[in-house]
Write a new protein. Sequence first.
Length: 199
Amino acid sequence: MTGPEKEKAQTADFHEEALPHMDAVFRFALRLAGSRDLAEDLVQETFLRAFRSWEKYTPGTQCKSWLFTICRNVFLRQRERGQRHDEIVSENVDRSSGPFEVVNPVWVKAVKADPEGDFFDAIVDEVVLQRIQELPEDYRTAVILSDLEGFSYQEIAEMTDVPVGTVKSRLFRGRRVLQGALYDYAVSMGYIKGTPDEA
């Protein structure tokens, strides 16, 4: 196979295997980044890197997991750069003009989330995504990948490069934190009934 033919075949394989996962990668990026604009940039960078590295991918294997791994790594690198930028700005800002605050991402239309099974099945609004966004990074990633995207413990372990036991621990702790954060809201909105003591 000549160079151009190989490149054409590679492009066709990429379109066939990788592109069908674009919506799933976007949902993941949105939950990581918190805003549509940041998520779109993240997806674009993810697929660009995936295409450039396509020769390293084994056709017919876990393409979705591979793309999610790239997406997460890109997100972590961008966040690290952003934190360094915020630290520089914070050190050099004129504090006499008022308090310095890092602007939070704008919340976009929420998608259905079910982090605690039936307990939160009815909660489908931006509060859920905001509470997920507020989880510590390791917990948030475990919750998103397991409960929102349906990856197995083993797949998450491979994506995040930690043992399965660590994945289970992070998922358990993340769910507990999320449950505590959302319980009062769920009661106030009538999604669930509070205990008699709260009546």
